[in-house]
Design a protein around this ligand. Structure first.
Ligand code: 5RP
Length: 223
């Protein structure tokens, strides 16, 4: 019996057609999608170009023989498939649990079609059960952290096991905001976009076209 993440990963690969440029997401769910593309390349002679969203995904895709280009080497991406940490009823979402939100948002922005693959535990009426990751440049990062604290966002640093601050693939720090109920995701996104020192944040509001959800009753698509 396939687990839920594998089910949605394989389902999403059905949307990939020969010749497409495909954005390859990051995380344990997206990894099943990437693995299925690898299988189709091997067994069905599928021809695609991948654009990855993290070093980890680049490594996986290279091992599977998926030809890769950077986001700057392609005109646009036909379809990107990625996981998500939380999705609300209006298809706003939080991403970045796997620390790849910046590259993920850039690739998604230049994608014609954008699909999330999740298990049903990620769905909620309103965002807020997952922390909002915010990627910040190291210079002045403590100031940004204090600003979030004053705003009541209960920030915490994303840390490595060694206790040092986590460094993203793009060499930035991550601050996680604990906001139990995000009633206005657009307002919060605007505020974060306007905060000097913030490179990007994990609120992906209304960016996605389809969410493929796996649960105990099977796989369904929300659009
Ligand atoms: C990485 C992400 C991931 O897509 C998100 O964290 C979901 O991961 P998983 O599929 O492992 O639950 O945004 O930055």
């Amino acid at each position: 019996m396939m687990n839920l993440k594998e089910q949605v990963g394989i389902k999403a690969a059905e949307f990939v057609k020969d010749g497409m440029t495909v954005g390859l997401g990051t995380g344990s769910t997206a990894a099943f999608f990437v693995a299925e593309l690898g299988r189709r390349i091997r067994e069905e002679n599928l021809k695609i170009t991948g654009v990855t969203t993290s070093n980890v995904t680049s490594e996986q895709a290279s091992k599977l023989g998926i030809p890769l280009k950077s986001i700057d080497e392609v005109d646009s991406v036909d379809l990107t498939v990625d996981g998500a940490d939380e999705v609300d009823a209006d298809l706003n979402g939080i991403k970045g649990g796997g620390a790849a939100l910046l590259m993920e948002k850039i690739v998604a922005t230049y994608s014609k079609d954008y699909i999330w693959i999740v298990d049903e535990s990620k769905l909620s009426e309103k965002l807020g059960s997952f922390k909002v990751p915010v990627e910040v440049v190291p210079y002045g990062a403590e100031q940004v952290f204090r600003k979030f604290k004053k705003a009541g966002y209960a920030p915490t640093w994303r840390l490595r096991e060694s206790g040092e601050k986590w460094l993203t693939d793009m060499q930035h720090y991550l601050i996680d905001l604990h906001i139990p109920e995000i009633s206005k995701p657009e307002q919060l996104a605007n505020e974060l976009d306007l905060t000097v020192g913030v490179v990007e944040h994990g609120l992906f509001n209304k960016m996605v076209n389809k969410v493929i959800v796996a649960g105990k009753d099977g796989v369904r698509i929300i659009e």
